[in-house]
Design a binder for this molecule. Structure first.
Ligand SMILES: Nc1ncnc2c1ncn2[C@@H]1O[C@H](COP(=O)(O)OP(=O)(O)OP(=O)(O)O)[C@@H](O)[C@H]1O
Ligand SMILES: [Mg+2]
Length: 351
């Protein structure tokens, strides 16, 4: 018999609860974060992401529960005594200091020797590719450059954990995508644990080692991006991540679920009353065999670029499919076409 070799917990949140007056912002939230991982807290506005980050940073104290770092209880330790640092959406650089002076600031405050400061600032500037901008003032740089300066300032003191609260929220889409690469590269080269807060699923899926999906102060699911995407644990996660058809189903007998006159083999003994099928997993006019095949009528097509969104009607139920654009040009509105699904792409829910 092999024993599980779970790694020693690094940052552990145990049953953290926090209320603001009558409002429960977090309800018994538990989470283990591993050393050196890129961990994201993902969820809609107001779900408690920033509150969780503030508890880890020490800006907030929980009503109940415990936070340990490397086994040491830090629940009530003041922020300046924790090995954490935070990057916010607003860059919060000092406007009258150059980039190099901004980055040197936390080291000067700590009384780091002058010679060390110079080399560590140069190193941090290098890490975020701001070499040419060391002597610029914040207002002389773009938003992306300012955010990189803020990142350099946050890592120069070599915290064990870097907390990032929607740091790319103010940037345009192209720049945000570039900065995602900068962040991932930086995290891997530093080996610092990153805890990243975002409501943007694309950002969380592309950067994270693991993600905690939150809603209403509760964790809905923790897993790798692939697990969250392909095996959503409940309807909330399935709806929040990617785009899915959520289809109410009835149990025809012990082995079969049905919607309209479509039959799907059942997976669980009982309790299953909805399934989800991702847009890209619903194959319209398929050119090979699928586990489940039925007829649908094309009611609408919308060109989205690389895919065409095709709405098909199946006995009064509308389903959405993303069809590769080149293939979709042959589909005509009003046409009846076969629709195919692989069982591995069907997610079964009790709710
Ligand atoms: N100091 C406070 N006083 C009262 N309510 C608060 C306070 N801080 C947060 N809340 C409430 O707690 C809930 C969680 O807030 P939090 O800032 O953690 O959300 P979030 O997930 O970061 O949302 P967003 O994506 O909009 O930043 C919200 O409903 C918020 O209004
Ligand atoms: Mg927030």
């Amino acid at each position: 018999m092999s024993r599980s070799t779970a790694p020693q917990p690094f940052l552990r949140l145990t049953e953290l609860s926090l209320s603001f007056g009558a409002y429960t912002a977090l309800d018994k939230l538990s989470l283990d974060i591993r050393e050196g991982e890129f961990f994201s807290l993902l969820g809609p506005s107001g779900c408690g992401k920033t509150t969780t980050l503030r508890l880890i940073a020490g800006f907030e104290t929980p009503d109940r529960g415990e936070i340990t770092l490397g086994g040491e209880d830090i629940t009530t330790l003041p922020p300046n005594l924790r090995d954490t640092n935070t990057v916010f959406q607003s860059y919060a650089l000092f406007p009258h200091m150059t980039v190099a002076e901004n980055i040197a600031y936390p080291l000067r405050m700590r009384g780091t020797p002058k010679a060390d400061i110079a080399s560590r600032v140069a190193d941090a500037i290098e890490k975020v590719n701001l070499g040419k901008f060391a002597d610029r003032l914040p207002h002389q740089m773009s938003g992306g450059q300012r955010q990189r300066a803020a990142l350099a300032r946050a890592i120069v003191g070599r915290p064990k954990i870097l907390l990032l609260d929607e740091p790319l929220g103010a940037l345009d889409l192209k720049l945000r995508e570039q900065m995602q690469h900068v962040l991932v590269d930086l995290q891997k080269s530093l080996g610092i644990t990153f805890i990243y807060v975002t409501h943007d699923q694309g950002e969380a899926l592309s950067m994270s080692d693991r993600i905690a999906v939150m809603n209403g102060g509760l964790i809905q699911q923790i897993g790798s991006p692939e697990e969250i995407y392909y095996q959503p644990r409940n309807a909330f996660v399935a709806d929040f991540i990617g785009k899915s058809n959520r289809i109410p189903v009835k149990a025809s007998d012990d082995h079969t679920l049905s919607f309209a006159d479509v039959r799907i083999p059942r997976r669980k003994a009982r309790g299953t009353n909805a399934v989800a099928i991702r847009y890209e997993a619903l194959h319209v006019s398929p050119d090979r065999n699928y586990d489940v095949t039925f007829q649908g009528t094309v009611v609408r097509k919308m060109f989205l670029g690389s895919v065409v969104e095709v709405i098909v009607e199946v006995s009064g139920q509308t389903l959405t499919s993303h069809v590769p654009s080149r293939k979709a040009s042959a589909l005509r509105t009003g046409e009846t076409v076969p629709v195919g699904v692989m069982l591995e792409d069907v997610v079964y829910f009790d709710d």
